[in-house]
Design a protein around this ligand. Structure first.
Ligand SMILES: C[S@@+](CC[C@H](N)C(=O)[O-])C[C@H]1O[C@@H](n2cnc3c(N)ncnc32)[C@H](O)[C@@H]1O
Length: 254
């Protein structure tokens, strides 16, 4: 019989052989398998949560960039049946008990509207994003794209987070993350940058952990001294919010 299969050594390239050997040795891959998590990345959220306790029972969590589902699995097991978890990804995610899954581009208004339909005005306790761009090989471009994903997640978070809520976002280091961090510091009471043990040392990824969301009006009230000032500034703030919504609707991109 003629063997039509190519010799085994040609089935895998050197880089995929390296990848398979790294996966086989990686303790977090073994742990993920043992705990039935779909991805080793589940441990990144578990380790961030262990340190900051960002997911409580009954919480509402929006998980951006969910495929294959590791973070969504973690969130869904941490919140009780009273909680709500929504995972969104460009790719299909197989069903996860106690979680809603949306296939779509998070940066599109249509996708964000689909999330809000499920939320039914329930305020969100945590918006987390593990979204990553498809790598182009050009680090500057990949970094810029990763920061765009962070910006998009933050803009959405500002619309749905409850006062005191949390925000976690993955970014690829490259320079401009410092500007984003400064912005987070004006919106949240506490901002930290984390590289959990489960994040590979050679990867340039990091995670912003922002706690204690301060909605626009709350920030303004803190800065103002008189009642008249507060009313005037809050009216102006409402106008800004309205303009923002109109602009977003026009672009159909958030
Ligand atoms: C590192 S993976 C997420 C892993 C996931 N947190 C887990 O634990 O299984 C990054 C994901 O971000 C998704 N992604 C990138 N850009 C996106 C976008 N604009 N909208 C939705 N998902 C996006 C990718 O499809 C990819 O599945």
């Amino acid at each position: 019989m003629i063997n039509t299969l190519p010799p085994l050594k040609r089935l895998y390239s050197t880089s995929s052989k390296k990848w398979m050997s790294r996966q086989a040795k990686d303790p977090y891959c073994k742990l993920a398998k043992a705990n039935q998590y779909r991805a080793r990345s589940a441990f990144k959220l578990l380790q961030i949560n262990e340190k900051y306790r960002i997911i409580q029972r009954s919480d509402v969590v929006v998980d951006c960039g969910a495929a294959p589902g590791g973070w969504t699995q973690v969130a869904a097991e941490k919140v009780s049946k009273k909680g709500l978890v929504i995972g969104i990804d460009l790719l299909h995610v197989d069903p996860i008990p106690n979680a809603h899954l949306i296939k779509g581009n998070f940066m599109r208004l249509k996708t964000q509207n689909a999330i809000r339909e499920i939320l039914e005005d329930r305020p969100v306790d945590l918006v987390c994003s593990d979204m990553a761009p498809s790598f182009s090989g050009n680090h500057t471009a990949d970094h810029a794209r990763s920061m765009e994903l962070c910006e998009s997640a933050l803009r959405f978070a500002e619309k749905v987070l409850s006062p005191g809520g949390s925000f976690v976002a993955k970014f690829l280091m490259g320079g401009t993350e410092h500007e984003f961090r400064k912005k987070l510091q004006t919106i949240f009471a506490k901002v930290k940058t984390e590289k959990p043990d489960s994040s590979r040392k050679q990867s340039t990824e990091g995670f912003f952990v922002a706690l204690g969301y301060k909605p626009l009006q709350q920030k303004i009230v803190t800065d103002s001294s008189t009642k008249e000032d507060i009313t005037a500034i809050n009216n102006a703030a409402n106008e800004i919010v309205k303009e923002d919504v109109i602009q977003i609707d026009t672009e159909n991109r958030v």
